[in-house]
Design a protein around this ligand. Sequence first.
Ligand SMILES: Cc1ncc(COP(=O)(O)O)c(C=O)c1O
Ligand SMILES: N[C@@H](CCCC[NH3+])C(=O)O
Length: 443
Amino acid sequence: MSGSDRTAGERTTNPPVRRPADWDAERLRSLAAEYGTPLYVLDPDRVRQNCERLLGAFPDATVDYAVKANTTRTVLETVEQAGLGAECASAGEVRRALDAGFPAERVRYTAVNPPAADLDAVVDWWREGGDGLTVTVGARDALDALAERGYDGRLCVRVNPGVGAGHHEKVTTGDAPQFGVPFDRADEVCTAADDVGEFVGLHAHVGSGVSGEDLSAHEVLVARMAMLADELDPAPEFVSVGGGLGVPYSRDEPPLDLESVADATRDAFDCDARLAVEPGRYVVADAGILLTEATTVKETEETVVVGVDAGMTTLLRPALYDAYHEIRSLSGTVDGDDRHARDPTLCLVAGPVCETADVLGEERVLPAPERGDLLTVGTTGAYGYEMASTYNSRPRPAVVTLDGETVARRETLADLTRLEADGDDDGTRGADTRTADTRGDDA
Ligand SMILES: Cc1ncc(COP(=O)(O)O)c(C=O)c1O
Ligand SMILES: N[C@@H](CCCC[NH3+])C(=O)O
């Protein structure tokens, strides 16, 4: 069913959230045995269900996926087939979206302080047949830079809504000055956009990981943008009110009531333009789980330290935002199963990187840990693999689907030195957005 076949408020049958305990433990054990750890496991069916739930909750809106949450080809193809559009933060994301099959008409490039190479590439692709593509500018300069390149296509203007929200101050973007044109200059930049090309949309984004309990900033943003849309001439076709829908990371957090959020959004959206939303996390977060093995177990005065083979280079969120991810043991239980019953033990779960920040979880109660235990780190489909790095020369992990198909192969030690000088300096000067790099076929 496509979004437009639904009526507002129609309930979908998908469970509102997949908890870490809902994953099939046997299946995860066998994937870890086959592919090794650390390993991200992704369930495309869950991505599909999340897309369907969004389309059901926002039947009259355009729903775009914020590609940055997880750019793997498997996720992009699943989201494209579900009928969502793609909101892209860079030329690389635009390339990935086009390669995954998104028609240009469903691709929006949000140019935040855009590097020249990104604009060069996107304008080239637009000229080569992607004329349905929309570029969002958040500054007058970006508009001028597009005009200098001969761009006269669809333009959306990102406005700073003056209100922000999010799970952490580092992702509370709505009131940060680097995002969007100031509200009181929006009119002027929209007029300029219509001189350069075709002004089609307004955009604003409150921040990421907004809980259902505090939608006030989101509602203010929606109302402000609707008011602005009604005042503009020419009027925008659409207004994207951004992403930011939060998901529960701990057992205590309730799932977001998506229908209530949609109702609140519609109520505040009092204008003639088409509503657009662009969630990232909501689409993929609970469709992913991380598997890691305990490599060392050490008793200290304060706690039992469980050293694991995944760390801040595998999953950055705990180190960067103090983010909570549920950690479970698949090797022992604290009750129920006699074969694996072990004493509940207070643990610190730490990774293999030489930084105090390399902690995946503090004060976690696990069945008394043993070397070789398999642990899961929950709700890691969004901003997990995507933010992985090779710091400490740790190759990035593999990603597989629940069915055992490779989404991304494990990086090797040879991959780590692949880009270092070997007498051939092609690609060193300036930035390069060759598509071969995106597809990985120039290795
Ligand atoms: C412009 C924009 N749109 C959408 C998103 C998606 O946010 P989320 O993953 O919280 O839905 C982000 C990230 O916060 C963003 O910066
Ligand atoms: N990377 C952030 C979300 C930021 C979204 C980008 N605007 C997180 O893991 O929560």
